[in-house]
Ligand binder design. Structure first.
Ligand SMILES: [Zn+2]
Length: 87
């Protein structure tokens, strides 16, 4: 079982406040490798996956868009903003 690191949890809080989704409940279960999202809940079963969390945040801020181009643009924007370049 993977525990969410303190850095990951603090970072999640910052992203949530930054994107005005503080009414959403974020859970890191650490009990598996799936993810799901429903009724203003983001459940991360694989903690410390930063892009995975941003994917769910992108869903939270683009309701009813599924994985369309609008969603993809917002997700890309979040990645550019919050993920440090690897090179
Ligand atoms: Zn998705």
């Amino acid at each position: 079982m993977i525990e969410a690191t303190k850095h990951f949890v603090e970072w999640q809080k910052m992203v949530v406040i930054d994107n005005n989704i503080t009414d959403w409940e974020i859970k890191n279960t650490g009990g598996g490798d799936g993810i799901c999202l429903k009724n203003s809940h983001i459940i991360i079963c694989t903690p410390n996956e930063y892009a995975l969390f941003l994917h769910e945040v992108a869903h939270a801020i683009t309701p009813k868009h599924g994985h369309d181009g609008y969603f993809a643009d917002r997700f890309t924007g979040l990645c550019k903003r919050y993920l440090e370049p690897k090179n």
